[in-house]
Design a protein. Structure first.
Length: 733
């Protein structure tokens, strides 16, 4: 056996000193063989003797001319590369990192080595992103044509996962698009997944827009183009580029080639138009188109694949924002939800049967008196309206009688509200958005009653509930009832739904005795609004409305302008997430049509903290609610701050939220049952300062006694409902 082969075998056994001795003997015998020096230096490097390794290599090159040195350097790099690859195959990342760093010093322009180094830095959790700039990675990729494509794609995927995203990451994505066009499907997946994560989790919509626009530059099929446009519409809106969001939705719709695809795309357009606010001419057209498509949906159900099912759950989501037609809106939602559940259960048929069988077996041996297991399923138990409102139920639950489980979908530990919820449940379950994982966890925990807190706010929650992992399932809070046949009960109260509602709800309406929601209060910060800064006289009457663009219905805006017109020295403050320019144009045009001087309108910016927003409500004398979709959290905040509110009561759940909250806060002044009454109350409250003061005092005093502000009592009423539901289940009624 030759010395070289023997030395290599010793090196593979980590017997470095013995291997080095063999190479020293070989050099002494034949000093002109350069490979001996390369390998001896490598062995010294592996023993931590970096200076000695460099000295060995340099000694072999000292007498060479430039061409020879270049050739010898390439030979040395080849030796180091072979060992780096061997070490990497052994998952010996630290040694691989050491060797590749020396390759970088010898050949700083070796792009593949730099890609390996970057991936190693990520693996060793030492990657900062600065490496891309310091090593000139992006520039070298741009200059070179021959690059390991899969290595480059792997690096891009990892770099785009880094938090926070490095500025060079988006530049890397751009240059990758020119190198990886032959892998367009794989590249599309990497870019789009990263874009979704940037938008939804990291709240960096501009980065998401950049990546999605890169996706459109690839050669992708029609279906994938529609998918990219669908996401891009959302990214644009979240980046406050509302016009682009609307155009993206239209581009998605233009690619729809069947009724189902048209339905989903038109829903997207409706969402973008309403979200921007002020585009009502187009909203009406999209709304009528959506109704027509829904009526034709049953004819195309069998042709729709499962991947499209979850999008279908929300295609009637915006109907309550456009019209207060409770029965019709529910019929549309139920139609969609029943179809979706059938598709979902067919997809996971074995699981559904397994859950059903398990529940029946447990029912046979379940004692009538036991500690009930209650599971709250939600992605909204975080900094979200639902997250602010559900806190007090979790705070006051009687843990001596109930085991409380929290199924946190897409859990993010950096959200303090979500962390608070995790600390308040007996068994926190931080989960991803994987439907099977969530449903299996609920079933494995043998939950008795599962509470869907999201309704159709998130399709994942609906998919989970459609599988029926718990024997009793309930919808509470969220949006409205989902219409899924797998939901047994919908929590309401005597006011939020009319007596006739059971006629068009598929779920059994469970009415709590007083209110379907109660809170102990809200955190209030330091206000940022002052009348003098807004150029409003101190003796003026200030009306306020703070809602998203979705709720800005033109009919209600006209009523609000009639109120402003009738009350001298009054001003209207308008606030909410929407397209600033579009909403200003929307209200300005209505004001001019109603004869209101537009100088009496003030458009307010958003504030970062919820506590500040609540404090800023103190500038208002009267809050004007929206219709046909009322405020919910905003109404509660208004009442907590002791400010009179005018609301228009309708038929549907969304049009009766403020009504039930006001009644349960101890006030009826401001509750209107018609458009005329809405204007009358608005004018009366604006002109009668004494009445406003009386209402404010009522609200302040009611903090001590009203059901709306008694979270502990509310928790007992919910728990009583759970016990009765469980008893009915055991009795088969």
């Amino acid at each position: 056996m030759s010395r070289s082969k023997q030395a290599y075998e010793l090196m593979c056994k980590d017997r470095y000193s013995e291997a080095a001795s063999l190479y020293e003997e070989a050099i002494a015998a034949t000093p002109d063989v350069k490979s001996y020096y390369w390998n001896l230096g490598l062995l010294l490097l592996l023993q931590g003797q970096e200076t000695e390794a460099h000295t060995t290599w340099l000694a072999a090159m000292m007498e060479g001319d430039p061409e020879e040195v270049e050739l010898w350097t390439a030979e040395l790099v080849e030796v180091l590369e072979a060992e780096a690859q061997r070490r990497q195959d052994l998952d010996d990342y630290k040694v691989t990192w050491l060797i590749r760093q020396h390759i970088r010093e010898l050949q700083p322009g070796d792009v593949d080595n730099l890609l390996y180094l970057s991936l190693l830095a990520i693996e060793l959790e030492e990657f900062t992103g600065d490496e891309l700039a310091d090593w000139g990675v992006v520039e070298l990729i741009r200059e070179h044509q021959e690059i390991d494509s899969h290595l480059l794609l792997a690096l891009l995927e990892q770099v785009l996962k880094a938090v926070p995203l490095h500025p060079k990451a988006l530049e890397l994505a751009s240059v990758c698009c020119s190198h990886l066009r032959h892998l367009s499907d794989l590249l599309l997946s990497v870019l789009l997944v990263a874009a979704i994560e940037l938008n939804h989790t990291l709240h960096e919509p501009l980065g998401a827009v950049h990546l999605a626009e890169l996706c459109l530059s690839l050669e992708i099929n029609r279906e994938n183009q529609a998918e990219v446009w669908r996401h891009l519409a959302t990214f644009y809106q979240n980046a406050e580029e509302y016009d682009k969001g609307i155009e993206a939705a239209k581009s998605c719709a233009a690619l729809a080639d069947n009724v189902a695809a048209q339905l989903f795309a038109n829903h997207l357009l409706l969402r973008r138009l309403l979200g921007a606010g002020g585009y009502w001419d187009q909203v009406w057209l999209a709304f009528e188109e959506q109704k027509k498509l829904l009526y034709n949906l049953p004819e195309t159900l069998d042709s729709i694949n499962y991947a499209a099912v979850t999008r279908g759950l929300s295609v009637a989501y915006f109907f309550p924002y456009v019209q207060d037609s409770a029965k019709h809106n529910r019929q549309m939602q139920v139609l969609v939800s029943q179809w979706c559940q059938t598709k979902i259960q067919n997809q996971f048929n074995d699981r559904v049967e397994q859950y059903r069988t398990s529940a029946l077996e447990r029912k046979k041996i379940a004692p009538s008196q036991k500690k009930l297991k209650i599971g709250y399923v939600s992605h909204c138990l975080r900094r979200h309206s639902v997250g602010w409102l559900a806190r007090w139920l979790l705070e006051h639950h009687d843990r001596s009688q109930f085991e409380i489980y929290g199924y946190f979908i897409n859990y993010k530990p950096n959200d303090p509200v979500q962390e608070w919820y995790a600390s308040r449940v007996t068994h926190p379950r931080p989960l991803t958005r994987n439907v099977e994982e969530i449903a299996d966890r609920i079933a494995a925990d043998e939950i008795d009653i599962a509470i869907d807190v999201d309704s159709i706010t998130l399709d994942t929650t609906c998919e989970v509930m459609a599988l029926k992992p718990a024997p009793v399932q309930v919808t509470w809070l969220g949006w409205d009832a989902s219409g899924l046949p797998s939901i047994d009960y919908y929590i309401a109260d005597p006011y939020v739904l009319p007596e006739s509602a059971q006629d068009y709800y598929t779920e059994k309406i469970w009415r709590l005795p007083q209110t379907y929601i109660a809170v102990d209060g809200f955190e209030v910060g330091v206000p940022t609004l002052r009348r003098d800064r807004l150029e409003i006289p101190t003796d003026a009457v200030v009306y306020f409305s703070g809602q998203r663009g979705y709720k800005r219905h033109p009919d209600t805006a006209k009523l609000q302008m009639k109120i402003i017109k009738e009350v001298p020295n009054s001003y209207f403050l308008i606030k909410g997430i929407s397209d600033k320019g579009a909403v200003e144009t929307f209200f300005t045009q209505i004001a001019e049509a109603e004869g209101v001087d537009i100088s009496r309108l003030r458009f307010l910016p958003q504030v970062g903290a919820e506590a500040t927003h609540r404090a800023d409500l103190g500038i208002a004398d009267v809050v004007l609610d929206t219709y046909p979709y009322n405020g919910a959290t905003t109404t509660l905040e208004t009442l907590w701050m002791g400010i009179p509110i005018v609301t228009r009561v309708g038929e549907q759940f969304a049009a009766r939220n403020s009504y039930t909250m006001m009644v349960n806060a101890g006030v009826t002044e401001g509750i209107a049952w018609s458009d005329d009454e809405y204007v009358e109350w608005g004018v009366r409250l604006g002109k009668d300062a004494k009445l406003r003061q009386e209402i404010s005092w009522k609200l302040q005093l009611a903090r001590k006694t009203a059901p709306l502000w008694n979270g502990k009592q509310f928790a007992r009423e919910m728990e009583n409902a759970y016990e009765q539901m469980w008893q009915r289940y055991l009795e088969g009624t």
